[in-house]
Design a protein around this ligand. Sequence first.
Ligand code: CP
Length: 310
Amino acid sequence: MEQLSVGHLTGIRDLTREDILTIFQTADAFKQVINRPIKKVPSLRDITIANLFFENSTRTKLSFELAEKRLSADVVNFSASGSSVKKGETLIDTVNNILSMKVDMVVMRHPNPGAAQFLTKKIKAKVINAGDGTHEHPTQALLDAYSIREKLGEVAGKKVVIVGDIIHSRVALSNIYALQKLGAEVMVCGPTTLIPKYIGDLGVKVSHNLREALEWCDVANMLRIQLERQDIQFFPTLREYSQLFGLNKTLLDSLDKEIVVMHPGPINRGVEITSDVADSQQAIILNQVENGVAIRMAVIYLLAAQIERN
Ligand code: CP
């Protein structure tokens, strides 16, 4: 079996192209498993995994938990709300208390960029970043690239535009790294205020015109406007944002080609994407969610293979 070049998954930036292809190949096998009548394998019967969520999540949390259970791991779940974090316990104290219960792997979502990387320096368990603030969301980017490969046959040579709230988006940064490593061309599109000034240094194209971006691309990944992170006013109104940067059916149908539409969820319907686009046959949003389980099974399985067993 191929091995990953990293001991933890904290970001796509650390992965090689070969790592990503190994994860995809492993996910292919697990995708077959989760489409069988018996959707489980006994591979990780001796492994215990803690899911630590210090920030809200629906898809990522459920997807990791399902992936772990499909691999027959023991699973414990922790949410910051309702925990002793509310009584002032530090991250390291919280994690060390959980690890003393003999946990082998930690999946963590945290509001602070770098939190997962920090944890790798402090604990012995394997660490998977399930989203760290505005920094990276590596398993989302892996499942996004995997879904593009599934839909279009390959990622290399494809043109992908990421639209919207780039400045607050861990999904955007992880997608840029993953898509470029796999040989895709990447553009970001949105209002000037939502595109960070450093973005050109990452080798991506920049557009502030949605029609121009859609005419260029094969795939449009429509990001959620992160209303909870709009600490200053980045655009006048949601209505204006939606008119200039929202994807609606009239615009989609007016293109002279059929593009693939993606969204990492959760969707603000009627803001970055209208319902008729989100629910159209050009959208692969639910395929992304389905592929997330296979991708997370692959990542967990490959990292668990590095754990010394007695
Ligand atoms: N795509 C994503 O990370 O969704 P959740 O915030 O629901 O996990």
